[in-house]
Write a protein that binds this ligand. Structure first.
Ligand code: UDX
Ligand code: UDX
Ligand code: ADP
Length: 466
């Protein structure tokens, strides 16, 4: 089947970039991205391409090239569903915050609402594609809603998980390691649905990199990939603490083990802990699934990845407090970076949030500078934790537009995100304007120890022993 019209429900970090790239690579397909969030759609339609709601290198150019030609952003969800032959569901699936599975299971209410809406609107056969990361066997739930509440039309469900990482979304979409498509390959209709999605990706991706599996393998592979990646970070972070105690250097250890082709060199950077919208959520979800099948050892194994990650954040803030003579009360601590990693404005689950919260509880004054994150986002992240009153957060935490200003008069600097610009700062100038002794806590290990120490700083580098 030759798809001519695609709809994507959800104009977020996944839906926006993914559909923009499909529109660019398939000029003959009309792609409409819909969202119930009017402000978000307005931002995607903004005249100024710097104001798009998702910042990704290269994305604005693609939107500029395709928007209004074959890429459209709209709040008219019903119309887009009605017109499309293929519908991607790319809505958020946060961890449940209530009821059974609270704090662990994925909340599928947005997915279910989408399925019900598709069922209500669809007057022709549709292919429905799960793009959001979902627990194994969600496809069967979607299918039963579609079949039982629909107008008697046929639905095919595909799983097509997205592996893009933020900050490199466009590159990852243009040149993915692989594309994974799960479908019902036991029926002819299922086979046709799978092939029609394979055809779309084949426009720019070599066939041998497009894997087709059954739906359950596809759903589980996405959770597995994220669990493995997060596990690598927790493993190297666990080693970073041993390095600090023993006098080893975690970067040397990473390099040494990474050259073993069985281990590989990527994803071995020690840090203040992983963040982002996926890792924690997906592992908690995996743990929940394992427990629900009574697989307690499996659940415990993966849960440890999260426990280690929490520990890495807490020990970073504990170390700041103990190094600053066991009190940070009334002291100014500057945060360089708030995003969960460089080259993104996304702050979801960013370690900076938890570390700030810990230090605020010790009555520190925090001054934040991040090149891409807005002040309102920073305040909403810290308020969301509900640890203290909104007014207290406002009084203790300030946000600067300028890194040098953020560092003025401060007792210590904590580097939480590995933004490239931090490496090129005039550290002499920063040192001069700080309280003495001036401390740097480099949670990303990006500065050069000798250079920084020769200026006069007391320098802590994550994973580096004395
Ligand atoms: C290992 C290390 O590979 C080697 O670098 C180190 O110097 C010594 O320890 P070895 O014990 O000889 O070498 O065997 P290896 O091939 O690593 O296998 C170890 C065990 O893991 C075996 O029981 C093997 O069957 C098992 N294994 C390995 C798996 O079950 N699955 C795998 O994918 C790989
Ligand atoms: C991740 C997966 O990489 C991607 O395939 C999936 O589709 C979504 O989840 P993302 O969350 O965008 O992508 O970022 P990623 O680059 O994986 O980083 C996640 C977190 O791990 C960040 O906080 C990052 O700083 C941290 N990290 C990563 C480390 O601390 N050390 C590393 O070596 C790698
Ligand atoms: P992700 O990182 O998975 O892309 P986001 O939170 O960035 O997640 O984006 C998900 C988007 O889905 C949000 O903009 C949200 O408004 C939208 N959304 C959620 N439920 C619906 C729905 N029923 N119909 C349309 N859009 C929805």
């Amino acid at each position: 089947m030759n798809i001519k019209n695609i709809c994507c429900i959800g104009a977020g970090y996944v839906g926006g970039p993914t559909m923009a790239v499909i529109a660019k690579q398939c000029p003959n397909i009309k792609v409409t991205i819909v969202d119930i969030n009017e402000a978000r759609i307005a931002a995607w339609n903004s005249v100024n391409f710097d104001d798009l709601p998702v910042f990704e290198p290269g994305l604005a150019d693609i939107v500029k090239e395709t928007r209004g030609k074959n890429l459209f952003f709209s709040t008219d969800v019903d119309k887009a569903i009605d017109e499309a032959e293929m519908i991607f569901i790319s809505v958020n699936t946060p961890t449940k915050t209530y009821g059974k599975g609270k704090g662990m299971a994925a909340d599928l209410k947005y997915i279910e609402l989408c399925a019900r809406q598709i069922a209500k609107v669809a007057k022709q056969n549709k292919i429905v594609v799960e793009k959001s990361t979902l627990p194994v066997r969600t496809a069967s739930a979607i299918k039963s809603i579609l079949d039982e509440t629909g107008n008697g039309v046929q639905f095919q469900i595909l799983s097509n998980p997205e592996f893009l990482a933020e900050g490199t979304a466009v590159q990852d979409l243009l040149m993915p390691d692989r594309v994974l498509i799960g479908g019902d390959t036991s029926t002819k209709e299922g086979e046709i649905a799978v092939q029609s999605l394979v055809n779309i990706y084949s426009e720019w991706i070599p066939k041998k990199q497009i894997l087709t599996t059954n739906v359950w393998s596809s759903e589980l592979s996405k959770l597995t990939a994220n669990a493995f990646l997060a596990q690598r970070v927790s493993s190297i972070n666990a080693m970073s603490e041993i390095c600090e105690k023993t006098g080893a250097d975690v970067r040397e250890v990473s390099k040494a083990i990474g050259m073993d082709s069985r281990i590989g060199s990527k994803f071995l950077n020690a840090s203040v802990g992983f963040g982002g919208s996926c890792f924690q959520k997906d592992i908690l979800n995996l743990v929940y699934i394992a427990k629900s099948y009574g697989l307690n050892e499996v659940a415990d194994y993966w849960e440890q990845v999260i426990i280690m990650n929490e520990h890495q954040k807490n020990r970073f803030s504990d170390n700041i407090v103990s190094t600053l003579y066991n009190t940070v009360s009334g002291k100014k601590i500057t945060f360089l970076g708030w995003a969960f990693k460089k080259d993104t404005n996304d702050t979801r689950e960013s370690s900076a949030i938890k570390i700030a919260d810990n230090l605020l509880s010790e009555q520190a004054k925090i001054s934040v500078y991040d090149p891409k994150v807005t002040p309102s986002q920073i305040y909403s992240d810290i308020d969301y934790l509900g640890t203290r009153a909104y007014e207290d957060n406002k009084a203790l935490l300030t946000v600067s537009k300028d890194a040098y200003e953020a560092c003025n008069e401060s007792h210590a600097i904590a580097i939480l995100t590995e933004w490239d610009e931090f490496k090129n700062y005039d550290w002499n100038r920063i040192y001069k304007n700080m309280q003495k002794p001036a401390f740097i806590f480099d949670g990303r290990g990006i500065l050069d120890k000798n250079t920084i120490e020769s200026i006069g700083f007391t320098y802590y580098k994550i994973g580096s022993g004395n």
